[in-house]
Design a protein around this ligand. Sequence first.
Ligand SMILES: Cc1ncc(COP(=O)(O)O)c(C=O)c1O
Length: 412
Amino acid sequence: MPGPGMELIGEEEKLAVLEVLDAGYLFRYGSPDDPAFKAKVYQLEQEVAALMGVHYAVAVNSGTTALLVALGGLGIGPGDEVIVPGYTFIASMSSIIYARAIPILAEVDTTLNLDPADVRTRITPRTKAIMAVHMLGNPARLDELKAIADAHGLLLVEDCAQAFGASYKGRPVGSIGHAGTYSFNIFKTITAGDGGMVVTDEEPAYRRFFGFHDQGHSPLRTGVEVGRRPFVGLDFRMTELTAAVLLAQLHKLDTIVSHLRANKRRFKAAIAGLPGLEFREITDPDGECATLLTVFLPTAQIARQIANELHTRVVADSGWHVYSNMEQLLEKRTLTPEGCPFTCPHYEGGEISYSRGMLPQTDDLLARAINISIGVSDPGLGSAFGVRMQDGPDEVDARAEEFIAVASKYLS
Ligand SMILES: Cc1ncc(COP(=O)(O)O)c(C=O)c1O
């Protein structure tokens, strides 16, 4: 089972989908007077906005389009640079590229999220935004990143794809930056197979997000449109079926997160005594999703040996989420041959190059890191070893003992 929400797909999701199918109306817009129109997408937007403590949410069809809507909607475009961590999913970078801006890669620190000290060194006159990605369910150092953004007049975009349900110092992730985005793909806290959401507290941004996601229309397509659409948009709309599943999943969020936190606490306590073993730094232990437990070993070699014996991989080798494994980015393989945005005449930063080894601190940390699943088994994250969402204390203890038996051969 890939993610925690997926394990809990059951009667509630089935009933919600059947309600929509029985009524026979699948489109997100409809008349309030039509009994067939269940307004599931609208309800989901309202519930997510309330959960995040913001005024506005726009449902979209993926976490990737949520990012694109956020970036474009905030006015990020040709000539702009966006600082993004080298440890994230390619969507963080591809959304910047399709917004026609330039991703500037930065180091992660022991949180495995953006290193604020490194971010400072990457700021140029062209920097428009910082994209804080909350990797593996754990919030980035938002206080520091927000202070940097504010001091330099930059936008802060939170990519919360992997952290739906997490909070930072009492505030839900996604509500602290100018925009926050979520993904509901199969590996995420809650899922409908695919889906996404973008949230903001600012009305002008909401109007632009809404227009971008639906052909330039005003929110909910209200009012007379012809002659008044502010820009050309696209179609990233969510269907009623997806929203029906997500509403059922959303109502399980508290159960999911509290179960994951209990399992993670137990696993962590069981392996904590191993000599030389360190844990990933968690910025807010009360606020993390607890989907994964990441450990650092003293050397890359020891980490690799332990990972091999556990039939998993160190994070550096895990695949999709490490910049050095993103050949399409490293080689700037754009969809069309002229190479835009890297060759865009609006961009005044000269030649951009990405290469393996360009983020030595990130490389060192990821080579020594192993992701243990607490509820997410994702080959792209290298979390093949661990427990599943629904496992209880016995399975946690058994897996922790297995980890200790292997790791203690290499640690002293
Ligand atoms: C950090 C991060 N950002 C963005 C995305 C994109 O989400 P989606 O797969 O829904 O497009 C993902 C998905 O895995 C992700 O992990």
